[in-house]
Design a protein around this ligand. Sequence first.
Ligand code: ADP
Ligand code: MG
Length: 304
Amino acid sequence: LADRISSWFVEFVVIVAVIAFIGWAVWGPEPRLAHALVSAVAVLIIACPCALGLATPMSIMVGTGRGASEGILVRNAEALELFEKVDTLVVDKTGTLTEGRPEGVAVEAVGMPEDDLLRTAAALERGSEHPLAAAIVRAAKARGLSLPSDVTFESTTGQGVHGGVGGARVALGNAAMMRASGVDVSAADSAVGALRKQARTVLYAAIDGRLAGTFAIADPIKAGARESLAALRAQGLRLVMLTGDARETALAVGAELGFAPDDIRAEVLPAEKRRVIEDLQSRGATVAMAGDGINDAPALSAAT
Ligand code: ADP
Ligand code: MG
């Protein structure tokens, strides 16, 4: 409203000053010109839009100051102004709604000792910055396993990691990663489905092109996430979950947090995350995005 008022405020004040000048100059007591001048200037001074001009920078200063004391850094004051218009909030799952510090890792090996599979997987994941990778490395350390060091490593954001461990070709990640490596995972389907319904994130491990096992990782929902989302919803925001994880896992987590099933977008790659945002915007939404990973970067930069 202040923006709209200030667009015609100055003209309005000048016109009032001119009317005052004419009024005092024509009908006022002598000395007419002096009275007219004083009245016109008085109108200009008293109606000076200082308050309006100061209101915006002042509230931004107070807002960023309060934010800083709560641990929120505002890099761009314009973003704060824009936030009032936001009607859709898109949130990443892993690391944003969930702790991103998964603890329980359940290993299921196919045709090899569990410890060997965990050792191989952890050796590969040591090079990855992903929270799931850290969970696997921690699990191996907890079992006191020593990790092989002749490792080559490559990571595909939003899918997983692959490379060589001690002469074996190893891939570790989601279904997309397995498809890309040509690995058939159907043997694990029913067990994996059941785990995902319990909100577990399941990673497949393949060695030399064959399924070698699965890792079911429990990534608890952040304390307070439920309440925060409810508060945002009560303000009229539409909430959308965006994750690279499997659909069943996303639905299980989403159900606990009150997401509408239509607003849960799962199995999306980083570039697709960006497209989801642009799609919402093309339908007229003003979109804010919250995410913690490299995989979220394209979507974060596309958000309003
Ligand atoms: P989110 O969008 O929920 O933050 P990501 O896009 O980071 O999730 O990851 C999507 C999926 O890709 C994960 O659920 C996991 O299956 C797989 N993935 C990603 N990085 C790794 C990794 N370093 N090791 C194993 N799997 C991974
Ligand atoms: Mg994430």
